[in-house]
Design a protein around this ligand. Structure first.
Ligand SMILES: *Cc1c(COP(=O)(O)O)cnc(C)c1O
Length: 376
């Protein structure tokens, strides 16, 4: 019996989430073939992916290299922290949401000394408070921040922060998980030492691996530093380099093929610029439409990323579970809020999502808010 039901797949709900997100049908179909990890074709696909990611990030291949890492995005963040930062190092972490906080938790677990600068969940990361802490702590060797803080949808500016720290000899780590491929990033120009993202966000692949774009000269100095074997970013890199694209340990073959296809589709769409424009159009349409239905955005417009939008509950006894299920019944999956500051929920603008989808969603929301209140 044919178990793979395409018709069912086409009526599957649209994921308006920060990833995993709705992927194209071609990306899904690529996964219908099984591949061996020693195969030359698979290794060539891996090398293509490593090269294409540098292109997406506008990183010069002379200076930068890509290391793919099995697991979700957090695995690559943890691999980077524990490989990049030596036992006598100290990392300064800028925090304005759950993902910055997660890096601090990782540092605790690994046993890395860290200083946290907390900006609060509703504010962008800025340079001055970072410099103030640095002035008091000359022992800082590394700096880590999140680019698009998916907790709220805030986009943190990398410039002037990263260049300023690089100029002071500090190694910089950027979690660009939910922005890479969806927001233009010029790695060469910004000059961060490590940038981390994953397969299932703005490149529009499926979950299964993450990747780190690292400055070759910096990564080359990290041999033997990693505190664990599986998450050793240096060893992982050497395996790709020494064996023409051979992954260390079993790799998510189907995911890699799907990602290769997703990268191709990104280039066909017109590259990062075109994709950003589509996401930004979705975001503006969504934010304006929701505002007209009584849902106020949580984040000020200047700090808002095109990736995901947070909305405050329209009134104190708003029932998110009922709202979620009403939308799900109409084919849309949204996301709960993640901030403690205000009762909120999130709607993602990324993935295979277009103007018409946003319009259909707004129509469903408008019918929901106009229905008579339940009798208590
Ligand atoms: C998605 C995401 C991560 C990684 O989350 P995983 O669940 O481990 O994939 C890290 N940082 C940010 C900003 C993210 O959006």
């Amino acid at each position: 019996m044919e178990r793979f039901n395409v018709a069912e797949q086409q009526t599957a709900p649209l994921l308006l989430t920060p990833g995993p997100l709705t992927t194209s049908r071609m990306v899904k179909e690529t996964m219908l073939v099984d591949h061996g990890t020693w195969d030359d074709e698979y290794k060539a696909v891996t090398e293509d992916v490593r090269r294409d990611l540098l292109r997406v990030g506008q990183a010069n291949p002379q200076d930068y290299t890509t290391v793919l890492m099995q697991g979700s995005g957090s695995f690559a963040v943890e691999a980077t922290l524990q490989t990049a930062i030596p036992s006598d190092g100290t990392v300064l972490i800028a925090i304005n949401g759950a993902y910055g906080q997660r890096m601090a938790t990782m540092a605790d677990r690994i046993g890395i000394r860290h200083l946290d600068v907390d900006f609060g969940e509703l504010n962008q990361v800025t340079l001055q408070p970072v410099l103030t802490v640095l002035a008091e702590h000359p022992e800082v060797t590394h700096f880590a921040m999140v680019h698009s803080e998916t907790t709220t949808g805030i986009l943190n500016p990398l410039v002037p922060i990263i260049p300023e720290l690089t100029a002071r000899g500090i190694v910089t780590i950027v979690d660009a998980m939910s922005s890479f491929g969806g927001v233009p990033l010029e790695i060469d120009a910004v000059g961060m030492d490590y940038l981390i993202s994953s397969a299932n966000k703005c490149i529009q692949g499926v979950p299964g691996f993450a990747f780190v774009i690292a400055k070759r000269a910096v990564l080359a100095q990290t041999a033997g530093r990693a505190r664990s074997l599986s998450l050793d970013l240096y060893d992982q890199w050497r395996c790709f380099e020494n064996n023409a694209g051979k992954w260390r340990f079993t790799s998510p073959t189907h995911t890699v093929y799907a990602f290769h296809q997703a990268l191709h589709e990104l280039f066909v769409e017109g590259g990062v610029r075109a994709r950003t424009n589509r996401y930004a159009r979705n975001e503006v349409r969504l934010r304006k439409g929701m505002a007209s239905l009584g849902f106020e955005p949580l984040i000020a417009e200047v700090a808002q990323s095109p990736i995901i939008t947070s909305f405050k509950y329209p009134h104190a006894d708003f029932d998110l579970t009922a709202f979620y299920h009403a939308l799900k019944d109409e084919g849309f999956i949204i996301y709960p809020g993640k901030v403690s500051a205000a009762a909120s929920f999130r709607i993602g603008n990324i993935g295979e999502v277009y103007d018409g989808d946003v319009d259909r969603l707004l129509d469903v929301v408008s019918r929901y808010v106009e229905q008579p209140a339940p009798v208590r």
